[in-house]
Design a protein around this ligand. Sequence first.
Ligand code: PLP
Length: 382
Amino acid sequence: MQTPYFLIDKERIEDNLKLLRRLMDDTGCKILLAQKCFSCYGLYPLISKYLAGATSSGLYEARLCHEEMQGKENHVFSPAFKDEDIDEICGICDHIVFNSPAQLIRFGQKAKDVGLQIGLRINPECSTQEGHAIYDPCAPGSRLGTTLAVFEESIRRNPSLLSLIDGLHFHTLCEQNSDDLKTTLDAVVNKFGKYLSDMKWINFGGGHHITRADYDIELLERCIIRMRDEYSLQVYLEPGEAVALNAGELHTTILEIQPADEQGISNVILDTSAACHMPDVIEMPYTPPLQHAEIISNPSHQSHLYRLGGPTCLSGDVIGLYKFDHKLEEGEELIFDDMVIYSMVKTNTFNGMPLPDIYIKQSSEKCTLWKTFGYEDFKSRI
Ligand SMILES: *Cc1c(COP(=O)(O)O)cnc(C)c1O
């Protein structure tokens, strides 16, 4: 197996799926895979065994779900749909969620006439995350979701809109626990509570880190049951990360180790790149976990300190600063953990970087090659 490559651990994914399935069985909620996080359809047959379906960000993901998760629910949300896509989307989806009353007016009746369930994404204006403003749809100036003021103004002008809507959707969390969901749900009920009994379903969006060890599932269950029992709503959740959390690695090889600087830190050049293979490291930003090493934020003079970076032209193509439990050698293989969420879906060939191959670890004995990429994948995109 030639580096760099992603290695998806099928058994770990199945462990996550079992936990999500139990939540569905215990509460009656329906869980959808958010494909934008993990659209490796090689595992869709497995995911289909456990979850209710998938959610899509637009036509292409909707097609992928339609082709690879046959017979499962296919939901779609986009901040704005295009006229030329809407017929095809309506032909393959069963739920469509609009971002604004204007989109609802433009496409809602048409979608309803061909049998889709219609949703509206709301903005409960309740920020529960600090630090990652780019992941906060409730931040001031957000274009995502309809605020109560906009909602009420639009139904005052156009009262028939309300009867078009089957469900409300909110998505405001990112890698959060259920205490933040509860806070958000209280805000949803405070603001939109009087409309909830007119609805058939409510979608809690994604960002629930359900399969993380410290996640409070009981509180999540109480949130679901509250909506189910007080408002007779079918509850949907659409996690991405929770499906494939801690379920895969990115393997890379050390190309060069530069001499240590006055702080004792050596720059290491890998055959993987933050900019090309794990852009969230730069965008979010965060430092990914690495086997046999710990992440260092304040370097004091210690041994085995290495700053890992990619082979691209970008000075900021740095993955992070790590303290290893041994002295590194050129040619050595390093393994980043938790690397299959928001990584494979975001890779690019900037600088002509090769895309990592994708392997699936079927069991402790067996790995299969799922995808291999080459020069043509770079050339064909431009
Ligand atoms: C990103 C997103 C999700 C999935 O989020 P995760 O953080 O991966 O769980 C679900 N729904 C919507 C609308 C999203 O934008």
